[in-house]
Design a protein around this ligand. Sequence first.
Ligand SMILES: *Cc1c(COP(=O)(O)O)cnc(C)c1O
Length: 407
Amino acid sequence: MIRINENYLKLKASYLFSDIAKRVSAYQEANPEKPIIRLGIGDVTEPLPEACQKAFHKAIDDQGTREAFHGYGPEQGYAFLREAIAKNDYQARGADVDASEIFVSDGAKCDSGNIQEIFGSEIKIAVPDPVYPVYVDTNVMAGRTGNNVDGRYEGFVYLDSTPENGYVPSIPDEKVDLIYLCFPNNPTGATATREQLKAWVDYARECEAIILYDAAYVAFIRDESLPQSIYEIEGARDVAIEFRSFSKNAGFTGTRCAYTVVPKALKAQDASGKEHSVHALWNRRHCTKFNGVSYPVQKAAEAVYSEEGATQVKALTDFYLDNAKIVLKSMRELGFDCVGGEDSPYIWINAKRPSWDFFDLLLNEAGVVCTPGAGFGTCGEGHIRISAFNSRAKIEEAMARIKAALA
Ligand SMILES: *Cc1c(COP(=O)(O)O)cnc(C)c1O
């Protein structure tokens, strides 16, 4: 019989969301008259901005006429979108990124998961803890780790985010080759200052490592002193790849569009020490395995950069940020230390007890569903994540119920 890729057997089964679902349905059965409020989900709730809807509709009409029909587009994305991205997200902020360095795709999940395949199998990898599981699991599948022992895979360097370091990991005291960073962070909502990011860039330059910078939540940054792109940091073009997505800013989670920036300056070496362009490698992979994002979706994404679209995206993210403020204020009033919720839609709460105990307490006493931090890694223990992706009415009611339950 054909053999499987046994690296898949090393994957620690993720029971997180099925465990949550089990506890929620048990509660609902026991309390059929008490509706629950879900604040655990990392998905947006509000519809697409009107500017995106309009552009989407028009592009679908184009597809219905012989004159305006589009078949296969460029694998890397249409110039209209790549140029809008380079101009608005980078050049306008003084970051030197050219349209030719942008690869449009159907998701930052796919890109941050696929990127590892252009690197060697023996490389040393640093991953955050708690973590967006994609970074870890894709490297486990590729055979870059040993087994999972007590919640951690052998072979990774773990970057702890703890109350002591303000949930921004410190630079490791050993050399690594590949570093996954995510700011504003999922799950913690923590942001990195310019100085903190500069320290990572300097470390990567010293190690000749590459930083994979996931900026999926950049649209929630309001503090102008915070960097939005890693390319705002001097020297980053030689050491960083950046992932972005239209999922969380413009509500594209069900529409699918994202992009990855691979600077042409980025180099990596082969076994003989000869240098190669990482941009060329990613271009080769992208063109071989991907056939481009649909034309109507790229048109809808382009509308994010129109004056109307930008205003609507700002209003949409402001709405979630106001939800986050309500959660942050309520949880702080109840005496909890929190991070996130200011330049992020997530609030990471130090529960001062096992995360599943606090999950059960909020479910059973308030009918509110959160995400237990232990599901995101060893350092997530003792914490929960609350998401601001919900209606104002539900956020307010959830906070009132939590206050009543814990007072
Ligand atoms: C939501 C999210 C993304 C975006 O994923 P898409 O595939 O573009 O929807 C990327 N990274 C993190 C950490 C996320 O939470």
